[in-house]
Design a protein around this ligand. Structure first.
Ligand code: NAD
Length: 332
């Protein structure tokens, strides 16, 4: 039986992972540590917390005393807590570094002393930076261009060093863009849905040419579970295999889903460091038995349906806020 310690479990991906772990017959306990920043939402854990397997702890990964008091005794750790938004990282680089770099270091330190069996450090394809052509394998150079991605790259290197220098059994996952229910409304899909459903315009940068791979959050969580179970310590696993779409292609799907037409798009000039294309190979995770199961059309339709049923999860967006958030052409 396993006891799992999940950081950032009240966030988007973390809460879906907790839902998944609770259903595993060989997991008898899941502790969620989450600071409930603006991005964390206890409602994300409503279903999971019906299970007596789940314990929620309101705490900060950077707080060594708290983490030291609660982490020991768990055999698996999944680290998702992060400042996850590119735009915010451009406004407050320090916050990204404090949480993503120093927080990861603090967590790894406690995991090392606790002697856990496995740590999965959850990272992103954005650490590879833009690739005009080709696809990054796990050993490709890290060339992040925005502070969010740079802070995640730093945390990846720290995690790798804790494996090499200190023997902490860490695996790193790097996934492409996740979508699905319960994503914070600052991120592209819920943000655009909120604007479109309330009759407002969406702003698309640089004609929307930026290419991203879209992976359903449940597929990512299935892959993370697989790495937790059979990933080789010290190894990194790209988690891709979703659907490649440019921002304008995705926007058009959202227009269709909300019954709006192309007049709802306002095009603005591109912003600096708006990476044109991310692309990864994912044969290592495939070799562990993973393949994405969720088709984009069906997954997106279900996501839109969920937000229609939960309009309170689409933040009210005034025209002033929409203008202020002009940076929102690229999701984290
Ligand atoms: P999210 O912003 O929805 O959730 C982050 C969670 O971390 C929140 O619940 C927040 O309260 C918590 N948190 C933040 N700082 C904390 C701290 N100091 N101590 C404890 N908890 C803290 O993020 P997400 O989209 O669920 O992403 C989860 C992880 O996956 C992140 O590490 C992110 O970099 C990575 N990732 C996300 C995507 C994506 O498309 N969303 C893609 C690849 C990788």
């Amino acid at each position: 039986m396993h006891t799992v310690f999940v950081t950032g479990g009240a966030g988007f991906i973390g809460s879906h992972l907790v839902d998944r772990l609770v259903k595993c017959a060989d997991v008898d306990h899941v502790t969620v540590l989450d600071a409930l920043t603006y991005a964390g939402d206890r409602r994300n854990l409503t279903e999971a917390e019906c299970s007596d397997k789940v314990r929620f702890i309101h705490g900060d990964i950077r707080d060594h005393d708290t983490v030291s008091a609660v982490l020991p005794g768990h055999d698996w750790v999944v680290h998702l807590a992060a400042e996850s938004h590119v735009d915010r990282s451009l406004i407050d680089v320090g916050q990204s570094v404090r949480t993503n770099v120093m927080g990861t270091q603090a967590l790894l330190d406690v995991a090392m002393r606790a002697g856990v069996d496995k740590v999965v450090h959850v990272s992103t394809d954005e650490v590879y930076g833009p690739l005009p052509t080709g696809a990054a394998a796990e050993d490709a150079p890290l060339r992040p261009t925005v502070p969010y991605a740079a802070s995640k790259a730093c945390s990846d290197l720290l995690a790798a060093s804790y494996y090499v220098s200190c023997g902490v059994p860490v695996c790193i996952t790097r996934s492409s863009n996740n979508y699905g229910p319960r994503q914070h409304p600052e991120k592209l899909i819920p943000r655009f849905l909120g604007l479109l459903l309330s009759g407002q315009q969406v702003t698309v940068h640089g004609r929307g040419r930026h290419l991203r791979n879209w992976l359903h959050v449940e597929d990512n969580c299935r892959a993370i579970e697989q790495v937790l179970r059979v990933g080789v310590p010290g190894e990194t696993y790209n988690i891709g295999g979703g659907t490649d779409l440019t921002t304008i292609e995705l926007t058009k799907l959202l227009l269709q889903a909300t019954g709006r037409d192309a007049d709802a798009i306002t095009y603005v000039p591109d912003r600096p460091a708006n990476d044109i294309r991310y692309s990864m190979t994912w044969d290592k995770i495939a070799a562990l038995g993973f393949a994405p199961a969720r088709d984009l059309a069906a997954g997106l339709a279900a996501t839109v349906a969920w937000y229609r049923q939960h309009p309170e999860r689409l933040a009210p967006i005034t025209p002033a806020e929409a203008t202020e958030a002009e940076l929102d052409g690229v999701p984290a």
